[in-house]
Write a protein that binds this ligand. Structure first.
Ligand SMILES: NC(=O)C1=CN([C@@H]2O[C@H](COP(=O)(O)OP(=O)(O)OC[C@H]3O[C@@H](n4cnc5c(N)ncnc54)[C@H](OP(=O)(O)O)[C@@H]3O)[C@@H](O)[C@H]2O)C=CC1
Ligand SMILES: CC(=O)N[C@@H](CCC(=O)OP(=O)(O)O)C(=O)O
Length: 309
């Protein structure tokens, strides 16, 4: 029998992108709730319980509700794309490239929390340097980022695209999360293995999909005689043997010039750049990804495939 997949929230931004990715698959069966019934709790409960894997593409509260609807129905495995369970001890963190054992954890897990789009980029840059001893656990990290507006889901898409929306956003590029309490900070701190809470400053640009996440660092505040070369080596070693995260060669980065936030829009990959001038004492680590690719829907499908393997 083919595994049954239910996408709770399949008519939203992340859900639709997962549905598109699964459309041509003959190795599984997508069970689909009619759009007009998407908020029908009893019907959702039936679908959730009938599924082998339920992928939750819902706001945090609705995700928690979906998990509670499955209470006592342990045959359904769950991938949650929301923030609700990302630092929960019972949930495997769905970033397969986090460390060697993570792939196996996801494979055997019943509960998988898909990472946030911004943390995917920041953790991808920071965690290998923590594990390689180049960054101390008490290192103070800042993360600056820009995302495409689909990151804000249906509501922000309407605000950005429809001038008649009562909450229309006319800015082409705006900062938000200015209290420095964005919901991604705890996840970034925990899975980045950081003692100090990172400063996270996100922004949105007038483009649909794509993002740049930057982590600037001073080399003399790092450990292990950090240089552009050994930072690059640590990242390259960490991501060896997989084809989703690509560490751009130093030579190529040196000639990159402008970095386009939309470079990987429409793909499920991620590129990591190490920028700076050897000998000058500073480095800017940069991740480029699609907020809806490796940042959400692509990662959810990657996790689903691991769980089915
Ligand atoms: N967009 C992105 O780039 C990313 C999103 N995520 C996360 O994915 C999740 C989904 O986000 P996104 O797809 O962007 O959001 P959307 O708002 O685009 O879609 C959410 C969907 O969930 C439905 N929904 C809301 N509340 C309920 C409920 N109580 N019961 C059933 N269905 C409900 C909505 O229905 P209705 O149409 O009626 O509102 C909508 O179809 C969020 O937790 C988000 O943080 C994670 C990484 C990146
Ligand atoms: C541009 C934008 O608004 N982005 C969203 C994050 C999108 C995302 O990653 O969703 P999760 O919060 O589930 O991780 C935000 O900052 O709230």
């Amino acid at each position: 029998m083919k595994p049954k997949i239910f996408i709770d929230g399949e008519h939203g931004t992340t859900g639709l992108q997962i549905r598109t990715r699964l459309a041509g698959r003959t190795d599984l069966e997508v069970i689909s709730i009619p759009e007009e019934e998407r908020r029908n709790k009893d019907m959702r409960a039936d679908y959730l319980r009938a599924a082998d894997i339920a992928i939750l593409c819902l706001p945090d509260d609705a995700s928690r509700e979906a998990v509670s609807l499955l209470h006592g129905h342990n045959d359904t495995r769950i991938i949650d794309t929301s923030t609700a369970h990302r630092i929960h001890a019972d949930w495997a963190y769905g970033f397969a490239e986090l460390e060697k054992a993570q792939r196996e954890r996801i494979k055997s897990a019943r509960l998988v929390a898909n990472p946030g789009c911004y943390p995917t980029g920041a953790i991808a840059l920071v965690r290998p340097l923590r594990d390689a001893g180049l960054l101390g656990s008490d290192h103070a990290i800042s993360v600056n980022a820009v995302s495409g507006y689909t990151g804000g889901g249906k509501q922000m898409i309407a605000q950005m695209e429809d001038p008649n929306n009562p909450e229309h956003i006319s800015a082409n590029n705006f900062l938000y999360g200015t209290t420095l309490r964005h919901k991604h900070v705890p996840e970034l701190q925990m899975h980045g293995r950081l003692e100090k809470r990172p400063i996270f400053s996100p922004s949105v640009g007038r483009f649909a999909q794509g993002m740049i996440v930057q982590v600037p660092l001073f080399l003399d505040q790092m450990q292990g005689k950090a240089s552009l070369k050994n930072i690059h080596e640590a990242l390259t070693a960490h991501y060896a043997g997989q084809d989703i995260v690509r560490v751009v060669p130093l030579e190529e980065s040196a000639h990159a010039g402008r970095i386009d936030a939309e470079e990987l829009a429409g793909t499920d990959g991620m590129k990591l750049y190490v920028f700076g001038t050897e000998g000058d004492g500073e480095v800017n680590l940069v991740a480029v990804l699609d907020n809806l690719g490796k940042g959400a829907s692509g990662a959810a499908v990657q996790n689903m495939d691991l769980m089915l393997s």
